[in-house]
Design a protein around this ligand. Structure first.
Ligand SMILES: [Zn+2]
Length: 568
């Protein structure tokens, strides 16, 4: 009896370890570990939060893999699709984990390779192309890919046969019976997968707070078509460069209405070139205007301009056009501007001022708030329920999304799909979910999953301290005090120098400076006493604290005070 008990205890678990993407939108990365084998699913980044000056991206923390060279256990890296929140961190991570073999669909592969080129000294990636139905054996895992509809072609869900049971990862998905540029969702195939018995379903939660069913691309197409039909002037469409299927719609509609298409924005050009090469985007010969400057050779009703920058991004194509900074295209009265994307939270103000600028230049605007000219790429509640009911999993784990989205998806499973609350795992990044055929629980132990920030070529070297300094600098500026102190007498020689940026305009603050100088001398000489040997660190701290407090009293601002004390 006792030996049996021991044997039971050491029976290995399958470990699911989310390193990113839970409790946040973006930065998706997940580990599936069994004994000495690790599968990696996706490697995405996310955009920084508003209070992170200078940070380019946030990427997953891979300390768990790099510690003790655990990455040597990686049997494969699987990618679901080519969106940057799933592949964007590749150039920052692959070399650090020994460049393990990658499995990705043709378009995802193309986008990953393009992304690699954006950063110097990258290893040559080993990518095996996979497609709907591809099967590969990776250590103890038998992996099979299945097509999922989203806003980008070549999106794959993942089915993994493991020693403890079958695991399904949905990827980002929505159900669309009438998609554009894709085959419709294959419900029969999904049902077959479900019939194989699913131990754990990990399902996209991004749309879980929204009722109903996501809009079909067919509806979008109809509404966009109406705009094309009635517009006499030029049409300018701003959308995400990653919404490949939307780009296809605009191209097809332009062809139908006798318009040529000019593309403004580097990422959009790249994506169109890539998808055309792979045969995943169709445009008749001559539809795409090769040189953007040729736009002006066509009549207004013969032109569509597709551009990036629907979020009001400062460096994107649309912003340049609106600010008259684009070399050849500017807004003409009567231009019709179509925003075919939603506004990402945090970008509302930028988009608002963009719209105002366009209206000042007499453009006509359509945006998704006015009519359905945008559909998100994520399943809403009806589709999420259908996914759960199709897979009928033993255990359910919501992934991809803010915590509230994960909870919303969990509630759907519990309240509408009859999955017991105890069989639903709402996890956080860094959790280890232990899984067996009839048992799943979150381990007490965790792995590091905190933010790793990318700034320029630096990965992770901007930590919390640097970031805090930047926040202070951004808010109230910097105030540098330079004082020369005689080592022997402890007296301050000459009046202290003051340099300041972003705090007050010094020329207009002579009174304040005069008093500050006096305080600096006072603080130093109080610390040095009457010439005795002093603790220089203590003196600096005292100057910083005294001056900081004084400036706050006078201005209610807290600049970063940097005392520089020079001994002579
Ligand atoms: Zn996506």
């Amino acid at each position: 009896m006792e030996t049996k008990e021991i044997k039971k205890q050491i029976e290995p678990y399958l470990k699911i370890i989310p390193l990113g993407g839970l409790g946040e939108v973006g930065r998706n990365m997940m580990l599936v570990e069994y004994k000495d084998s690790i599968l990696v699913i996706d490697m995405g980044f996310r955009m920084p939060e508003e209070d992170m000056p200078g940070i380019d991206y946030i990427i997953p923390n891979i300390a768990y893999l790099t510690k003790n060279k655990k990455y040597k256990n990686i049997v494969g890296v699987l990618f679901t699709h080519g969106h940057y929140d799933h592949i964007g961190a590749v150039p920052y991570i692959m070399a650090r984990i020994g460049n393990p073999p990658i499995y990705a669909s043709p378009l995802t592969r193309g986008i990953i390779l393009k992304r690699q080129e954006e950063l110097p000294t990258q290893p040559k990636l080993k990518i095996t192309e996979v497609k709907d139905g591809s099967k590969i054996d990776l250590g103890p895992f038998k992996v099979e890919f299945f097509k999922q509809t989203h806003t980008i072609p070549d999106n794959l869900g993942i089915f993994i046969e493991t020693p403890v049971g079958n695991v399904v990862h949905t990827s980002d998905f929505k159900f669309d019976k009438y998609p554009v540029n894709e085959t419709p969702t294959d419900f029969a195939r999904l049902k077959k997968i479900g019939e194989r018995g699913i131990t754990l379903l990990m399902s996209d939660s991004t749309g879980a707070e929204q009722e109903g069913h996501s809009l079909s691309e067919k509806e979008i197409n109809k509404n966009l078509g109406e705009i094309f039909k009635k517009t006499k002037g030029r049409i300018i469409v701003a959308t995400f460069s990653s919404l490949i299927n939307r780009l296809q719609q605009i191209i097809t509609l332009s062809e139908k209405h006798g318009r040529k298409v000019a593309i403004v924005g580097h990422s959009m050009k790249t994506n169109i070139w890539l998808t055309k090469e792979l045969g995943l985007l169709k445009a008749k010969k001559g539809t795409i205007i090769k040189k953007v400057s040729d736009v002006n050779n066509y009549k207004d009703d013969e032109v569509t301009i597709m551009c990036t920058g629907a979020q009001g991004e400062e460096t994107a194509g649309l912003m340049k056009i609106v600010l008259k900074e684009h070399p050849t295209i500017s807004i003409k009265p009567g231009d019709t501007m179509v925003f075919s994307s939603s506004v990402i939270p945090g970008n509302e103000r930028a988009v608002q001022s963009l719209k105002d600028d366009l209206l000042r230049q007499n453009a006509i605007i359509y945006h998704y708030g006015m009519m359905d000219i945008h559909a998100g790429g994520h399943a809403k509640q009806d589709e999420l329920k259908e996914m759960i009911n199709t897979m009928k999993p033993r255990f359910f784990m919501p992934v991809h999304g803010q915590y509230s989205m994960l909870v919303a998806n969990a509630r759907l499973a519990e309240e509408e799909c009859n999955i017991a609350k105890s069989d639903i795992i709402v996890a956080d990044n860094g959790n280890i979910i232990n899984l067996q055929k009839n048992k799943a629980y979150i381990d007490k132990k965790e792995v590091p999953a905190n933010y790793v920030m990318v700034d320029g070529l630096g990965i992770g070297d901007v930590g919390e301290i640097v970031l805090r300094d930047r926040q202070v600098l951004a808010e109230d500026g910097i105030f540098v005090v330079i004082a020369i102190v005689n080592k022997k007498t402890g007296k301050v020689q000459t009046s202290p120098d003051i340099i300041s940026r972003g705090f007050v305009y010094l020329k207009e603050s002579q009174e304040l400076l005069k008093e500050t100088r006096k305080r600096v001398v006072g603080a130093i000489e109080e610390a040095t006493g009457s010439g005795r040997i002093v603790n220089w660190t203590y003196m600096k701290d005292k100057v910083r604290d005294d001056i900081g407090e004084f400036l706050f009293k006078k201005t209610e601002r807290r600049p970063m005070v940097l005392p520089v004390i020079i001994e002579v």
